[in-house]
Design a protein around this ligand. Structure first.
Ligand code: SAH
Ligand code: F3S
Length: 503
């Protein structure tokens, strides 16, 4: 195929880590001469970057793959691959259900994608890279070698000139060692490893040079970041301190924090470092101690509440988000009500609620019964969302009249739709919804307001005049326009993946 134009359709499911992985894979593919396309049916290469956290996400991938059966029969040059967590978790299942899949690659092996594609093009039936060698059982030397190779993916990061890097993710940690009994991540992403602080800082500088203003540090338990440097440990608070010095970066966020390991020095860093935003994603999973014990979460409800109170005391204006699982094994009505009560106690900005989904190989799968009927899970899911919505609406309405500073991310979803309608019908939308912009406050509140293209990528002060549970609406008071560099493309921020709470 060398010399011809080649296209790739890459679809990403799941968490922010997958979004970053896809960005890095796309960088490798671009270097191989692939151009991205939105049209799955005409692409030469189709990749699904998959999520295994809930069964629903895996079923979606299987159904997409099913749709490729015919095109695959009709076109010799089409390469179909499954990458990410599902590839790692169940390669045999993928090949047996979907024999037309050509390549399978786990999330810790993504640097091997170019080689895998070439293997397939050279006639190999199936190309596979899984991270057996990164497993907890491998020798330290083997692990170190493999780790160097997987690090190469992040180290080679080189955003394309037309890529919008205004808000960028940076990986600071891989894997997870917590083994919560419901969770598949420790099996798919392997052991917890922190990246060297110097590499993370260099990556932030490179992104700042290309126009990044906000960085979000990614890790499964990001606050437990720790890396040995010249014989001395660099804990997470120190990493934040170093990143705060990177000029050009205005905002620093991090997700996801594990409540059990959250030390006060991180709250102090949030208070003292001007660029570190007042926002914490602190998944609690349940408001009941017996459920937390069955989940093996390693903290109690009262310890969680203590942490929330301390965060509010030390970090003025901090907003909190959380995750809940409903219908976990044996969850009684009383235990469920404890989650509703915790929502009332903590006043979260937003929550993600998930119906428990049994995952193969986890402790819950092996030793507990998934005994809560789906209709009960659904009702409990709804009850948590209703409790949250009432509180968040009330809290947001109290912001009416306040002025907030936002980083302007791009056009709102409604504006993009209206613009599309204008283009296809050739008519103007009279109510100017096509000028609606979206931005976020430091504490991660979404703010929608009317503005102009030149505001995108800059900061604006907005006066709030209406509010719902998830969105503030307002009017621009002052704006510092973005640079041409930061306005380059529709921002990713406007379409940040939201975990599917209905799954
Ligand atoms: N620390 C990670 C957790 C990854 S999974 C992070 O947030 O980055 C994200 C969320 O999915 C978890 O917080 C949990 O609420 C939910 N989840 C994980 N496993 C689940 C399962 N088996 N069923 C339902 N929800 C699950
Ligand atoms: Fe999963 Fe628990 Fe780690 S939710 S990612 S095992 S902290």
């Amino acid at each position: 195929m060398k010399g011809e134009s080649k296209s790739v359709y890459l679809e990403t499911m799941g968490c922010q880590m997958n979004v970053l992985d896809s960005e890095l894979v796309m960088g490798q593919l671009r270097a191989m001469g692939y151009a991205p396309t939105d049209d799955m049916t005409s692409a030469n290469l189709v990749l699904f970057n998959t999520c295994s956290v809930r069964d629903h996400a895996e079923q979606k991938v299987l159904s997409r793959l099913g749709n490729l059966r015919k095109p695959k029969e009709e076109r010799d040059d089409l390469v179909v691959g499954v990458i990410g967590c599902m590839a790692e978790r169940d390669p045999d299942g993928i090949f047996s259900k979907m024999p037309h899949v050509d390549l399978v690659c786990g999330p810790s092996e993504l640097n091997k994608i170019p080689a895998l594609i070439e293997e397939v093009q050279d006639g190999r039936d199936r190309a596979v890279a899984l991270s057996q060698s990164l497993s907890r059982k491998s020798t330290p030397v083997a692990r170190a070698l493999e780790y160097d190779s997987v690090e190469a993916l992040d180290l080679a990061r080189d955003p394309a000139p037309d890529e919008n890097v205004l808000q960028s993710y940076i990986r600071v940690q891989r894997g997870c060692d917590k083994f919560c009994t419901f969770c598949v991540v420790p099996f798919t992403r392997g052991a917890e490893r922190s990246r060297p602080a110097s590499q993370i800082v260099d990556e932030a500088k490179m992104l700042a040079d290309r126009g990044a203003k906000e960085i979000t540090l990614l890790g499964q338990t990001v606050n437990s970041y720790i890396h040995q440097e010249n014989g001395r440990a660099v804990p997470f608070a120190d990493l934040l301190g170093r990143l705060n010095e990177v000029s050009g970066i205005e905002r620093i966020r991090f997700v996801t924090s594990y409540p059990g390991d959250f030390t006060t020095d991180i709250l102090e860093a949030m208070r003292d470092l001007p660029k570190v935003c007042e926002y914490l994603h602190l998944p609690v999973q349940s408001g009941s101690d017996p459920v937390l014990q069955r989940m093996r979460r390693q903290y109690s409800v009262s310890q969680y509440i203590e942490l929330v109170d301390k965060a509010r005391e030390l970090v003025p204006g901090v907003e909190l988000a959380s995750d809940f699982i409903v219908g976990f094994c044996g969850e009684t009505e009383e235990e469920h009500k404890a989650s509703v009560a915790l929502i009332g106690r903590c006043e979260f900005k937003s929550i993600f609620v998930f119906k428990y989904s049994e995952r193969p190989a986890t402790v819950a799968d092996k030793r507990m019964a998934d005994d809560i009927p789906d209709n009960v899970k659904r009702r409990r899911n709804q009850e948590l969302l209703v409790a949250q919505e009432a509180l968040a609406t009330l809290a947001n309405q109290q912001r009416i009249g306040q002025q907030v500073e936002v980083l302007v991310e791009g056009y709102s979803k409604a504006a993009l739709k209206a613009q599309e309608a204008e283009q296809t019908r050739g008519e103007e939308v009279s109510w100017r919804r096509s000028d609606q912009l979206v931005g976020r406050t430091r504490s991660d509140q979404i703010v929608v307001f009317n503005g102009k293209a030149e505001h995108i990528g800059g900061f604006a002060t907005v006066r709030i005049d209406a509010a719902t549970a998830l969105t503030l609406h307002g009017e621009i008071i002052v704006a510092i326009p973005g640079t041409p560099q930061s306005r380059r493309a529709p921002s990713r921020g406007a379409s940040l993946p939201v975990l599917d709470s209905a799954s």
